[in-house]
Design a protein around this ligand. Structure first.
Ligand code: M6R
Length: 617
């Protein structure tokens, strides 16, 4: 993970880098650092903690003038988060400064080799090894920085996005990428360059961006057009400058206390944006180029394998119900991290759907590569345009959720379900497994979901009251059946990750096979008990909880009386089709976890130990 930022150009680098790091804190926030060339020397400041802690250190320790600089916000992999392990790292001579996102797997053997040649190390990091390796190559082979970086990277095994500069040649920054994202913003007059893990740090300066591909590097110089080369053989590759479609407002809080709350409330728009242009109700059709162009692959598929992690995996579980129910295609849903390490049986007739908000999750990316190597057709469902998973997939469909900054996924989940529902409906139509009237009903209902999400959001005050009652408990259970079993898992994950309260999700009927032993008068149990789908069975499960004195928070359909009579609290959501109900039932669970976390004083947008995109295995 980690976020990297760099600048070279006519402006002062410090404010650009500091503000850029704040925007990238979603990628990691256990330490931060900056290196600037002030016209005479290299100035480095770094510290354990967040970017605000870095700002305080910078004020005390270094001058902030300089037109060239690099900065880093870290999610620790090698070495605990402390000042010394923070980036940037400086080479033994004090000439080179580097920032790095990724892992150098063979760093230990490289380190021993460097130690035998007299190098010393202050930190436990793989990155300090890399910067000294570059320095060693530079000295031994008398190479310019770009060539030295290239030669060093050819000795490295692992993943990286790096930016490195030499204080003796401060008119250039060398960047390279393998497995971790790296974007270069090109100033409007082409006389300045912005380097970052994604485009958010430089949105107010330029909309022109080049995304480096894996195994590519560039030497970025003042006033010179960017040239991209292959790290392996130095061959030039075409520079593809894209125009960014997002704007600054989309990545700011817009009056909300937290990004998570803003993103919860953005769901009506995000879902609409996701089906817009794809769901054409008047013509009773679904248009998705990625599906249409590959219809044969989908229709001839033996099965669909869904690979994903975390919340995206939960969206995959919802999709399993939709695909099997509507399109009658067998589906397996796999944790990407497990899939790749268990020698799975994959054939050319399998379709693999990879789901990822960030499009950078290392485990999901590796699962895709494995599936492709076995000849499977890979379809990506990503939110971040141009992300690694989107590019690696054979075809795909973007969710149009807009930037999701809060570490806890919210609108990514509902827009993933929206895209997957559209695909399932399109395939069901093509296969003839859904009648034309059912198909129309689904389109109509899907189109009404954003309004119904707005209605579900109106329960905020009721949810706040419930949150206040249960905020101090140590455990929560979440139960759901059918389409709403994955929602129970997602509700529990949301609570765990931002409030640090232990929570488990279960299929409601599975409770009696073990978890029921946990129930006493201190245990709150969130039960999704909407009218359509297994309602009576869930009511029986609620009775079982009630007779063991558990506290019941029912998520019910508007107007419900049966569960209301049994439960300690109810939260209503509008009625819809069972297959679309996860898009509504998930809303109160997001708000419940949000309010509990806020009441407990937790950092909702940046929960401990987590990062927004997990680009390490
Ligand atoms: O970017 P991705 O969707 O691939 O991320 C997958 C998980 O890391 C992510 O969903 C994670 O579980 C979130 N923190 C959940 O809120």
């Amino acid at each position: 993970m980690c976020g990297i930022v760099g600048y070279i150009g006519p402006r002062e680098a410090y404010p650009i880098i500091i503000e850029g790091l704040k925007r990238l804190e979603y990628r990691g926030y256990d330490s931060a650092g900056i290196a600037l060339f002030d016209g005479n020397d290299l100035k480095v400041a770094k510290t354990k903690g967040k970017v605000v802690d870095l700002e305080a250190i910078v004020e005390k320790e270094i001058t902030t003038n300089g037109k060239v600089g690099i900065g880093h916000t870290r999610w620790a992999t090698h070495g605990v988060p402390n000042d010394v392990n923070s980036h940037p790292h400086v080479s033994n001579s004090g000439n080179l400064a580097i920032i790095h996102n990724g892992i150098i797997e063979n760093y230990e053997s490289l380190k021993q080799e460097l130690i035998s040649r007299g190098y010393t190390f202050k930190s436990d990091t793989d990155t300090e090894v890399l910067v000294n390796l570059i320095e060693d190559v530079q000295k031994q082979q008398k190479l310019k920085l770009g060539k030295a970086v290239q030669a060093a990277l050819n000795q490295v095994v692992g993943a990286y996005a790096i930016a490195v500069f030499d204080k003796n040649k401060p008119d250039e920054i060398v960047v390279a990428r393998l497995g971790s994202p790296l974007a270069v913003g090109i100033g409007p007059k082409e006389d300045e360059f912005f380097i970052a893990s994604d485009a958010s740090p430089f949105l107010e300066y330029t909309k022109n961006v080049v995304y480096l591909e894996d195994e590519e590097m560039a030497v970025i110089r003042f006033h010179k057009p960017i040239k991209i080369r292959k790290i392996e053989d130095d061959s030039l590759v075409d520079t593809y400058v894209q125009e960014l479609q997002i704007n600054l407002e989309q990545i700011e809080k817009g009056g909300y206390d937290h990004f998570m709350l803003k993103e919860i409330h953005e769901q009506p728009k995000a879902i609409t944006d996701t089906y817009r242009g794809r769901l054409v109700r008047n013509e009773a059709i679904i248009k998705m180029a990625g599906v249409e162009d590959n219809m044969k692959r989908f229709l001839n598929a033996n099965r669909i394998i869904i690979v994903a992690c975390g919340t995206s995996w939960h969206a995959g579980l919802v999709a399993e119900y939709i695909f099997e129910d509507l399109a009658r295609i067998p589906v397996e849903v796999e944790y990407a991290s497990e899939f790749r390490y268990r020698n799975p049986v994959i054939t050319e007739n399998d379709v693999v759907i990879a789901i990822s908000q960030s499009g950078e999750t290392a485990d999901t990316l590796a699962a895709i590569k494995l599936a492709k190597s076995k000849g499977a057709f890979v379809f990506g469902v990503c939110n971040v345009v141009g992300s690694s998973i989107a590019r690696e997939s054979d075809a795909g469909a973007y969710t149009h959720a807009g930037p999701e900054i809060g570490v806890a996924s919210t609108k990514a989940f509902t827009t993933q379900i929206t895209v997957l529902t559209l695909i399932a409906l399109r395939l069901a139509r093509a296969k003839g497994t859904i009648s034309s009237s059912d198909f129309r009903t689904h389109l109509l209902e899907l189109e009404m979901i954003p309004k119904k999400v707005e209605k579900a959001l109106e329960s905020d005050a009721n949810i706040t009251t419930i949150a206040n009652i249960y905020k101090d408990v140590s455990n929560f259970l979440y139960l759901g059946r059918g389409y709403n079993f994955p929602v129970a898992l997602e509700g529990a994950l949301k609570l765990k990750e931002i409030s640090y309260i232990h929570a488990e999700g279960y299929p409601a009927a599975e409770m009696k096979h073990g978890p029921i032993a946990l129930i006493d008068e201190n245990m709150p149990i969130v039960v999704i008990a909407t009218k359509k789908g297994h309602y009576e069975k869930v009511v029986s499960n609620i009775q079982e909880i009630k007779s063991r004195k558990g506290k019941i928070i029912g998520i019910v359909t508007e107007g419900d009386t049966q569960v209301r009579a049994l439960a300690d609290h109810v939260i209503e959501v509008p009625d819809t089709l069972e297959s679309l109900s996860p898009l509504l039932t998930t809303i109160p669970l997001q708000l419940l976890s949000y309010h509990i976390a806020v009441m407990l004083g937790k950092n909702v947008d940046q929960p401990r130990n987590l990062a927004k995109s997990v680009t390490v295995e």
